[in-house]
Design a protein around this ligand. Structure first.
Ligand SMILES: Cc1cc2nc3c(=O)[nH]c(=O)nc-3n(C[C@H](O)[C@H](O)[C@H](O)COP(=O)(O)OP(=O)(O)OC[C@H]3O[C@@H](n4cnc5c(N)ncnc54)[C@H](O)[C@@H]3O)c2cc1C
Length: 317
């Protein structure tokens, strides 16, 4: 049976959350097309394959010391070995830095059409219809591929994470991984102890409406700590040096999909919204009732954040 194949993504030996989302997507697509969901894991040993097998019925594993870290050359050779030996109908890849790089090569190897940066997919009469952002998220467009096979990259948060459901079958495929023309030199964190806001479940984000650094710290940082979440910011706050660039949300910052995003004194410019609209629940606090952020908010509070947030802090005890 033809397979809908997820490329498992790992970083320093840890399976990414995006991979679990893609497992969910693969099952839905496979069901719609009468295909089988599967994953491909490329790593120095079977540990990633065994991990992803908890979420999907079949995993094809290529093991080679050269696959410990992502490289275009290494992964392109591994995927070639997989598609030469298996019936692959479509490949799902995370829209991450590595995924964007890999997807084009996979499409070449498969001779497949590619749709990138998708946030939704539907099966319409046997045809896949992908929804993707364009114009920085201002417009959603629908696309299909004309080729028999397809490659798609999905943005983080496009699907719920698949829950573990037992041990899938792991099939080894051998590949001779030849020359890798790039050299992995190590991971460099942006800053010692720097935070990864993309993993946060709760984010309190402050915009220019917080007025100045001390006030930003006083209301935004303290509320985030009180809620056990992370604090973040719009670009003007980062540009003004009130907080670290690693905490910027938006088109030129991070894309976040927390369970709760509290936007305080943020107008809701399209470049900011592009980075947080996938949040499950959005609470907006803004004194301007016409602020565009209210268009995407789950709950809106029209008011002065310097009154609303202290009241929230007090209620939280
Ligand atoms: C190429 C490009 C990339 C960009 N990338 C990003 C990006 O990654 N992230 C990003 O955020 N922006 C980005 N921007 C900038 C973006 O266009 C906006 O300028 C920015 O998001 C506005 O930030 P803001 O909402 O904090 O400020 P403003 O738009 O100035 O809004 C401040 C808001 O605070 C409210 N306010 C003021 N005082 C109070 C108060 N006391 N209580 C409650 N509300 C109050 C106001 O009503 C207003 O709505 C980018 C722009 C470009 C051109």
């Amino acid at each position: 049976m033809a397979r809908i194949l997820v490329i498992a993504e790992q970083r320093q030996g840890k399976l990414s959350e995006s991979t679990l989302e893609l497992c969910k997507a693969a099952k839905a697509i496979a069901e719609g097309l009468g295909a089988a969901p599967a994953a491909a894991a490329f790593y120095k040993d079977d540990s990633i394959a065994n991990e992803v097998a908890k979420y999907i019925p079949e995993v094809i594993s290529v093991v080679d010391a050269k696959l410990e870290n992502y490289s275009s050359d290494g992964f392109a050779q591994a995927i070639k070995a997989v598609v030469d030996s298996q019936d692959v109908k479509g490949v799902l890849i995370a829209h991450s830095y590595d995924g964007i790089d890999l997807a084009a090569k996979v499409a070449m190897v498969l001779g497949a059409g590619i749709v990138s940066n998708c946030n939704k997919v539907a099966v319409n009469g046997g045809q896949l219809v992908f929804t993707r952002n364009t114009y920085n998220g201002k417009i959603q467009e629908e696309r299909s591929v004309k080729t028999d096979k397809f490659v798609a990259t999905f943005e983080k948060g496009a699907f719920d994470k698949e829950a573990p459901g037992g041990a899938g079958k792991v099939t080894a495929v051998s590949a001779s991984i030849g020359d890798i023309r790039t050299k992995f030199k190590g991971f460099v964190e942006t800053q010692a102890g720097s935070v990864d806001i993309t993993q946060a479940k709760i984010i309190v984000s402050g915009g220019r409406g917080t007025k100045e650094k001390d006030k930003y710290n006083d209301v935004i940082v303290n509320l985030a700590k009180k809620l056990g979440g992370e604090y973040a910011a719009s670009r003007p706050v980062v540009d003004a040096g009130w907080t670290d660039p690693a905490r910027q949300v938006g088109q030129s910052g991070k894309t976040v999909t927390p369970a709760l995003y509290i936007a305080c004194g943020i107008s809701g410019a399209i470049q900011h919204v592009a980075g947080m609209k996938g949040s499950q629940c959005i609470v907006a606090i803004n004194k301007d009732p016409e602020a565009p952020i209210f268009n995407i908010a789950t709950y809106g509070i029209v008011g002065d954040l310097f009154e609303v947030i202290p009241a929230m802090m007090e209620a939280l005890g």
